[in-house]
Ligand binder design. Structure first.
Ligand code: XMP
Length: 228
């Protein structure tokens, strides 16, 4: 049974040093029909480079997100992304860098390439409370001006997701923090997220396929509970 259309899971592909690219390609191939997409970050790029990204792309034709947590001037962000832009569907950047000279230029570049922009407005770790979360209204203001495709908000603090959902009804919300960081599968969806980003809970499991099937079941239950 193909159930990926129902899936709200995006799998974070974060290799620890020494793991082979073949292992990851095998994981993405085996999960391809069960998930909505995958997310790679700096660990993946430093481990396997652009050729590794190309191999991952070829292994599964689902949403592929580059999560480099971009936070620079537009020229530098665009220069960096030019190496990977042909292989990804979405890019994550920090909202706090602001519009002029930063996110506006990035958004124009991504729009012209047909790639989605996703902005971080809160993070899943506790340190997000120190600086980022006390400015969440301002970050949502930035998002409201720019209207990116998506926002990242933490499954570890569902009230932030609910708040962002209310303030940005147009946005696709992606919620990390499920599993090792403490949120349970479904916590983010129940609060109003569209997708949950899950990494080690799946990729370090002895049977990733079975774990993803369980997560998908929890997501279906969460969607029913929230009435969607
Ligand atoms: P684990 O293994 O903890 O991996 O499930 C989580 C993945 O999600 C990323 N992550 C975040 N990305 N905002 C983001 O944009 C966040 O608040 C956040 N918290 C975790 C992390 O890089 C890893 O890939």
């Amino acid at each position: 049974m193909v159930i990926w259309l129902e899936s709200r899971a995006i799998i974070a592909v974060d290799p620890s040093p020494g793991t082979s690219l073949d292992r990851w390609v095998s994981i993405t191939s085996s999960l391809c029909d069960l998930v909505s997409g995958f997310k790679v970050g700096i660990p993946f790029m430093f481990s396997y480079g652009v050729s590794g990204l190309r191999a991952l792309r070829s292994s599964c034709d689902r949403l592929l997100i580059a999560d480099f947590k971009l936070a620079d001037i537009d020229y530098v962000m665009v220069s960096a992304l030019s190496h990977v832009i042909d292989y990804v569907d979405g890019v994550i950047a920090h909202a706090f860098i602001g519009l002029k000279g930063g996110l506006e230029g990035l958004k124009s570049y991504l729009d012209s390439a047909g790639v989605k922009l996703i902005l971080v407005i809160s993070m899943s770790h506790a340190g997000s409370l120190d600086v980022i979360d006390v400015n969440v209204d301002r970050l949502l203001w930035v998002a409201g001006r720019l209207k990116p495709w998506g926002l990242v908000a933490p499954a570890t603090r569902p009230h932030v997701i609910s708040y962002a959902r209310g303030r940005a009804p147009w946005a696709v919300i992606l919620a990390p923090g499920v599993g090792v960081q403490g949120a349970r599968p479904g916590d983010g969806i129940r609060a109003g997220a569209d997708y949950e980003i899950v990494g080690r809970l799946v990729t370090e499991a002895s049977n990733p396929v079975e774990v993803v099937k369980w997560i998908n079941g929890e997501h279906v239950r969460a969607l029913k509970e929230r009435g969607g």
